[in-house]
Design a protein around this ligand. Structure first.
Ligand SMILES: NC(=O)c1ccc[n+]([C@@H]2O[C@H](COP(=O)([O-])OP(=O)(O)OC[C@H]3O[C@@H](n4cnc5c(N)ncnc54)[C@H](OP(=O)(O)O)[C@@H]3O)[C@@H](O)[C@H]2O)c1
Length: 260
């Protein structure tokens, strides 16, 4: 029970990586507030986590790319728990495509989804951590911050800004006992990755399985990661065990990224 009594907010948590992290935190004794856009999906996920762990889980429908929804999220955390130990900033991924595919509106949308969501949620919830001189902030980004991923220019560009944000915030918040780290997935088996494989398959005129094989060949451990394997690293960063780690990027990719 490494998170016994801790309160955690996890955004974009109705499925995939966010859900996996929420479940793992609940198994370790945390109380949760989880959010995603679709009310029915997030309620169902909260129920599943409650049934599996007995944890207290509040579900909230909120689109983190919309300021009004973020305000609602912050207000709900204040009104329900009034305190916070752990924040996982997650959101959906921006659309796949190359430079020639996107106009200003697409860039602005990606900026709101993958940078401003992190800025606004953190800004609203940080004071509760500062009050108690304790906190863990984990931003979910992508292995694309280490080695750009073909056909994902929006993600590769916007997530680089989250690196700058996190590193700077980690330095500003260290005196308050708040640690800030980024968690960067490579190919973890979720709907997002399956969708991206299908897009690549359509582009190349091959099957989704063949597109997946193309990736698997580049991953030294020879397979996609499981959500639980990713969630275990989030648990470490959320726990007391990571007490001397801040401002870092943890890449969870089975060795995919070839740089140091
Ligand atoms: N899986 C990987 O290996 C991988 C690799 C690199 C980067 N990433 C990034 O990691 C993040 C999570 O990926 P995933 O694989 O878990 O994706 P996923 O399986 O497609 O799940 C996405 C989750 O985000 C929620 N969501 C989407 N847009 C949202 C928004 N605007 N506000 C609130 N919630 C939102 C969805 O629920 P609703 O539909 O209910 O909103 C869903 O719960 C994405 O940014 C993705 O690009 C993942």
């Amino acid at each position: 029970m490494r998170l016994q009594g801790k309160i955690a907010v996890i955004t974009a948590a109705s499925k995939g990586l966010g859900k996996g992290i929420a479940l793992r935190f609940a198994q370790e004794g945390a109380k949760l507030l989880i959010a995603s856009r679709n009310e029915e999906n997030i309620r169902t996920t909260a129920e599943e986590i409650r049934d599996a762990t007995g944890a207290e889980v509040i579900a909230l429908a909120a689109d983190v790319s919309k300021k009004a929804d973020v305000d609602k999220l912050i207000e709900t955390v204040r009104a329900s728990y009034g305190s916070l130990d752990i924040l996982v900033n997650n959101a959906g991924g921006p659309p796949a495509g190359t430079f020639l595919d996107f106009d200003d509106a697409a860039w602005e949308k990606a900026f709101e989804l993958n940078l401003m969501s992190v800025v606004r949620v953190t800004r609203g919830l940080l004071p509760m951590m500062m009050e108690k001189n304790y906190g863990r902030i984990i931003n979910i980004t992508s292995a694309g911050v280490k080695q750009p991923i073909p056909n994902l220019i929006l993600s590769n560009s916007i997530r680089a800004a989250v690196n700058g944000f996190s590193k700077t915030l980690s330095q500003e918040m260290a005196p308050y006992g708040i640690l800030v780290n980024n968690l960067a997935p490579g190919r973890i088996d979720t709907d997002r990755v399956r969708e991206l494989d299908q897009i690549a398959a359509n582009k190349l005129g091959i099957s989704q399985e063949a597109a997946k094989d193309n990736w698997t060949k580049q991953i030294p451990v020879g397979r996609y990661g499981e959500v639980e394997e990713f969630a275990n690293v989030a648990l470490f960063l959320a726990s007391e065990e990571s007490s001397y780690i801040s401002g870092q990027i943890y890449v969870v990719d089975g060795g995919l990224v070839k740089g140091y």
